[in-house]
Design a protein around this ligand. Structure first.
Ligand code: SF4
Length: 267
């Protein structure tokens, strides 16, 4: 088995959801405009570090979806996202706080870690570079709301950053948050992941892979007001056996577990 951060976190959120997604092949339809735009934006960032025209790269990628049936939220439109993307790229260039010395090698880095029982863990790291002169692992996020900075130190609990620190062995990690709002903003957040956090994450991965291998898929439904995880879970229709909730959200791809690594591009 090849595991990814998305798989492990899906299992930890709800093992039944893991079974729906990875064993039965159900997955969310790729229609969320914000997510599709985020992927296009990351390609524009790669163009920026390669000293190419990043705005042109963004339009080239995003143009493909101009007439696609995407789900826009919060008053977003194709044009508005394109405009926000260009503003963010311009701001990023003005800030000039991130350096990637060898963009062809240091962006979208594929890493594989061996696990017990011939399993593997696969990750794609957005980049390794420098934030304000400090070498660190880089993770990009496009979002509509600021990443919370209080209470101080919370970033060090981010499971994805811990995961990437574990697989690279790099303690310093930076989250660069591209906030799409009326006046676009970029947050440059840096923290340090400890040896103990990396060791514990490795244990968590091994333990989770063991439970998946043992076929433990009991639901963690979380039906408890107000933290009701099922309400926002894409697999709700499957668990309730109500097709009206399944069809708008999910498609089924038998054998899709062979393509699990594609999930990494969603993160
Ligand atoms: S609807 Fe609830 S029980 Fe079913 S997969 Fe989602 S979180 Fe788990």
């Amino acid at each position: 088995m090849i595991y990814s951060f998305t798989q492990i976190s899906q299992y930890l959120r709800c093992p039944r959801g893991y079974r729906h997604r990875y064993l039965d092949g159900w997955r969310e339809k790729d229609t969320r405009a914000a997510m599709v735009f985020g992927r296009c934006f990351e390609k524009a960032l790669a163009a920026f570090f390669l000293r190419e025209d990043s705005a042109a790269a963004l339009f080239k990628e995003w143009e493909v979806y101009r007439d696609a049936q995407l789900e826009y939220r919060n008053g977003d439109t194709w044009d508005r996202l394109a405009q926000q993307g260009v503003q963010l790229l311009e701001q990023f260039a003005r800030d000039n706080r991130i350096r990637v010395r060898q963009p062809r090698n240091d962006l979208q880095i594929k890493l594989v870690h061996s696990l017990a029982n011939n399993n593997e863990f696969l990750a794609y790291i957005d980049g390794v570079g420098f934030l304000d002169g400090t070498r660190c692992l880089l993770e990009w996020k496009t979002t509509t709301s600021r990443y919370p900075e209080e209470p101080n130190g919370m970033l060090a609990l981010d499971p994805q950053l811990i995961c990437y620190s574990w697989i690279t062995g790099i303690p310093d990690v930076a989250l660069v948050v591209f906030v799409r709002k009326r006046v676009p903003e970029i947050q440059y957040l840096r923290t340090t992941i400890s040896d103990e956090q990396r060791r514990e994450f490795g244990q968590l991965v091994e333990e989770t892979a063991g439970r998946i291998g043992a076929g433990q898929f009991l639901p963690h439904s979380g039906i408890r007001f107000p933290q009701n995880g099922c309400v926002s879970c894409p697999f709700l229709g499957l668990c309730l056996d109500q097709p009206q909730f399944i069809d708008p959200k999910l498609i089924r791809q038998p054998g899709a577990s062979d393509l699990d690594w594609l999930d990494l591009l969603d993160d």
